[in-house]
Design a protein around this ligand. Sequence first.
Ligand SMILES: CC1=C(/C=C/C(C)=C/C=C/C(C)=C/C=C/C=C(C)/C=C/C=O)C(C)(C)CCC1
Ligand SMILES: [Fe+2]
Length: 465
Amino acid sequence: MLQYTMDGTYLRNGPGLWDLGDYGFRHLFDGYATLVRVSFRDGHAVGAHRQIESEAYKAARQHGKVCYREFSEVPKPDSFKSLVGQLASLFSGNSLTDNSNTGVVRLGDGRVLCLTETVKGSIVVDPDTLDTVSKFEYEDKLGGLIHSAHPIVTDTEFWTLIPDLIRPGYVVARMDAGSNERQFVGRVDCRGGPAPGWVHSFPVTENYVVVPEMPLRYCAANLLRAEPTPLYKFQWHLESGSYMHVMCKASGKIVASVEVPPFVTFHFINAYEEKDEEGRVTAIIADCCEHNADTSILDNLRLHNLRAFTGEDVLTDARVGRFRIPLDGSPFGELEAALDPEEHGRGMDMCSINPAHLGKEYRYAYACGARRPCNFPNTLTKIDLVEKTAKNWYEEGAVPSEPYFVARPGAVEEDDGVAISMVSAKDGSGYALVLDAKTFKEIARAKFPYGLPYGLHCCWVPRDK
Ligand SMILES: CC1=C(/C=C/C(C)=C/C=C/C(C)=C/C=C/C=C(C)/C=C/C=O)C(C)(C)CCC1
Ligand SMILES: [Fe+2]
């Protein structure tokens, strides 16, 4: 039993529509964005879902085919288009999708934004009606066609990373709440490889932005290819090295750039500053959902694999990867598992934390883990990074999405609140699940009258804001 009444709206975004007439997408990340909401009030929950009306979605509906470059698919040309023409439309951004199927965030000024990795795929939505309101236009000269799908958003600001594919590196930018103008903070030059590493997300601490450079790098040639390659728009460059860079938020200066063991991550969990007895910052600790430097998770997430569970244990292993980045000028950083991955069945992705601990020392993370054998993360897990243990929720045949932590209003303790997930049950039905974040036991479930597609990331819009 909850000792308080939840009052607000949970929103979840994700690719939810993979079929256009006779044609079906092949990868999870290609689907057209479906926004789901569950509004909690007076002990009741009311749900709804709707497609985001991106240009890419509307064109696909109108013409019955893919019209923009999605994660893995590109439009089939009606007529021969020269390589030069294709290059021009790619580099102008015209052919890129605006299918904002990845994240949803509530900005400090109250606007709710759906996001993907293309800059043009930033779309303002109405959290009550789920209407597509407008494009979010960045009113600055920073440009960039792609950016991190996960900006860091607080009540006062928004931090983003813009990879530079021409001069391999990353631009770090920040935007004030209420503004549409990103401001240049600094630049990180890549240390290896022909192109920047994929930056789906990145972490920050109170004073620093951490810029990961993983050996899974963007690939201009693959961006152009008509058919998906094994690593889609990316290439694995083990020889190029893996690096973590640390930029001072205030000055834009790089204060550390270290080589680290190879890694594959999409989601950073959090980061914080490690201090000595005198209060001097000695290192940055950055945690992520790390796939043991193995890119096969991308293949795991092909729809064909997800729809065909044979009972074989095919989900690749993942862990909470903890980086330690020293700030004393040492050339190397460390990467180790923060706890025994067996605690969460060697599955680890789709994480959230208490936002009050963003960039600060923290103890708990919530994520999807695994009960094996499985072909997809099938548990919800609460990770205790101090005790190095996990509490797991599991229901046979169910597929839960990201457990999203929502603090109890007035909470002091880090895990005082709930974790909300949308679950697809074994029989295809769907429900919103509310777990007590402390005990990780079920408090309530609200059944949808129909099944729901899998979804990715969430946010919470409190009613009084
Ligand atoms: C449309 C273009 C691109 C799009 C990239 C997108 C849409 C990337 C989305 C990435 C996501 C949703 C990653 C999620 C990872 C989840 C995992 C690993 C879960 C595991 C299991 O629980 C570019 C590729 C940027 C190229 C331009 C065109
Ligand atoms: Fe993500």
